[in-house]
Structures are given as C-alpha cells and as structure tokens.
Write a protein that binds this ligand. Sequence first.
Ligand code: ZN
Length: 244
Amino acid sequence: MIVEQVAASRPLPPVLEFPVRRLIEGASDRLRILLTTAAAGDVAPSAPSGALARARVTPGRWHMTRQAHGASVLCAQQAADGSSGDGLVAATVAGTPSAGVLAMFAADCALIGLASPEGVIGVAHCGWRGLEAGIVEEVAAAMRSLGASDLAAVRGPCIGPECYEFGTGGLGRLVERYGPSLASKTRSGSAALDLRAGVREAARRAGVSRLVEVAACTSCDPGWYSYRARRDTARFALAVTDAP
Ligand SMILES: [Zn+2]
C-alpha cells in the first residue's frame, strides 16, 4: 500500500477536493472526494442550517446515516435516510443519473472516502469503536461485492495520539488486533491510541492500494472541529460523489 501524507494549504478553504482520477488509474473524471473544514460551517445532519451548508459544498442528494460507532454498511441507493450505519457504498455508472453524495461526519473520528476504477464508491466513519468493529474492512468488502477491484482512499484529519489519552484495557485489545503501531503516548506521556496507525493498518488489510492521509490533528488545529478538545457540537464531513 502506498501511503501519502498531505497538508492542507493555509488559510484553510471551506472544502478540500481530491479528484479520484489522480489517486487511481482508470477512474472516472466525475468521481471526487470532498473534505469540509470549519470554514464550511456545521454541515452535520442535525445542524439547523446544515442543508444550506451542505448545498454550498456540493449540490446533489446527500446520503447520510445515523452514525453508531459500529460496522454496519448500507447501500446508499437502498437505505432510508437516518438508517443506522457507519459505512455507505454505491456503484456509479457513467451515463446514468448520479448516485449522489455519500457522506459521513466527525469531530475527532477518522473519516475515510474510497473509490475504485469501476466507479464503486464508499465512505466510512471510524473512531476506536468502529475500528475495533472492523468498519474499514467492511466498507471495502461491500465495495468489492459491488464490483470494485483496486481501491484508493483518503483519510481526513482526526485526533492525533499526542492528544488522545486512552485506557490501557481498550488499547491492549486494539494492539492485539492491529499491532503495536497503535500504542502511542500523549504529550504528557500517558498511554495513547494512534487512531491514524489503526486506520492505516485496517486499510492495508482491506487491500487498499493507495492511502492519502490529511495531516492534521483535530484537537490541536481549530481548522477542524473537535469534540474532545473544544466540545464542538458541529461536525465536518468527508463525502464521495459522482455528481458534477
Ligand atoms: Zn493534537
């Protein structure tokens, strides 16, 4: 797996755009992975002006779930809005109507957007519970069942280990499952979870061939939302779409 770290330019724009064709050979020009920042405002499903904020990010039908820190994956075209799930997938087909915008929301958790040359797209919401439940691998498996071969992924900013003190019991389970790279230390030397390392390992096991990691800590950097550091109730989004 090729891993590439990217830093967003400053000042942060409301939306960072990753054209999928630059990540994986043979992908359609229509596929884009979009990452919102705090400059886009609160785009969450529960936000009072969320619909307006989301429409500014990209028009089109947004598919959104009730995120539950689990490993349920839904097909965007079949799932009712507000169904419980932490993964969404869809098969996009050139020359047919858009599959819409597959989106997940976070304020510290990792969000991962995936795409394949066949036009199969997916998105995952992954905190420590979702990681342990296997959400990254489940989304990849659901994409393969829709015809995906090769997979490229973008992981949005999440809380960094220096800010993520973590109980040793849960950390031990995660290390047992995904390896010693997940065990880290906070700035003050307490046991910490490296969620980024966990997502990287899960993506590798899921057969992702190229992973782009957005290098920022949501807790250190107010350019994104953090529940842990600032008790932000707002959420940023990572979305994958074939909409123009
Ligand atoms: Zn930090």
